[in-house]
Design a protein around this ligand. Structure first.
Ligand code: PGA
Length: 251
């Protein structure tokens, strides 16, 4: 089983000073030793400073999105090359806020997955159904379609794949998926990865959507859940580190 990954998606939050003390607190936690792998995804303007704060630690740096092109006339956008150059190892791709608010469809997500891998960034691909889709009995159809589009865009010989199952109705709402709901989606995602990229040995399927110190333990205890993508609760050291400490040790 892969080592669990706990990722913080700060979205468009925090002042620089808050970002730096949070990064420092996470770094100190990582120095204690054998916890889960850790990833912080600050807003673009903070990447360099947070990257410096994390340098030499076990805490990886990630971006929240990237543009599909390596460079050019794309005012306001940031490329995978730039992100890799400032020390990012991951890029979140296909977050539901990008899909819903910025019109990123499966093709746009696939283009960003390709761009991430071209730049040697690991894509942390997000998939998940809306409430009407769940209520209409279409959860697995949607999750499988989104996962397939993203996984088929990863290199054929990829060794490692990270997907986050994030039901849209659970993001920022305080409503968490039940363990059963998460497990059903995680198994479907794993099936798609196995079919589309049999070379991937290290497959991590994270859960995201209102993960808090209260909801994390039950989800993270299940062997199908390889970690968490945390939004709101990643903005405070106390709640984020409580989730980190609630992650069961593996291996
Ligand atoms: P949340 O966000 O933890 O605030 O629900 C999760 C996410 O959007 O990745």
């Amino acid at each position: 089983m892969p080592r669990p990954l706990i990722a913080g998606n700060w979205k468009m939050n925090l002042r620089l000073s808050e970002a730096l003390s949070l990064a420092e607190a996470v770094r100190r936690e990582a120095e204690k030793g054998d916890g889960p792998d850790l990833l912080l995804c600050p807003p673009f303007p903070y990447l360099v400073a947070v990257g410096n704060a994390l340098r030499g630690s076990r805490v990886a740096l990630g971006a929240q999105t990237l543009h599909p092109e390596p460079k050019g006339a794309f005012t306001g956008e940031v490329s995978g090359e730039m992100l890799a150059e400032v020390g990012c190892r991951f890029a979140i791709v296909g977050h539901s806020e990008r899909r819903q608010q910025f019109g990123e469809d499966d093709a746009a997500v696939a283009a960003r997955v390709r761009a991430a891998h071209r730049s040697r960034l690991a894509a942390l691909v997000c998939v998940g159904e809306t409430l009407p889709e769940r209520e209409g009995g279409r959860t697995l159809e949607v999750v499988e379609r989104q996962a397939r589009a993203a996984i088929e865009a990863t290199p054929a010989d990829v060794a490692s794949v990270t997907v986050a199952y994030e039901p849209v109705w659970a993001i920022g709402t305080g409503r968490t998926a039940t363990v059963e709901q998460a497990v059903e989606a995680h198994q479907a995602i794993r099936r798609i990865v196995r079919e589309a990229r049999p070379s991937a040995r290290d497959v991590r399927v994270l859960y995201g959507g209102s993960v808090t110190p209260d909801t994390a333990p039950a989800l993270l205890a299940h062997p199908e859940v390889d970690g968490a993508l945390v939004g709101g609760a990643s903005l405070k050291a106390e709640s984020f580190l409580a989730i980190v400490r609630a992650t069961p040790r593996r291996n």
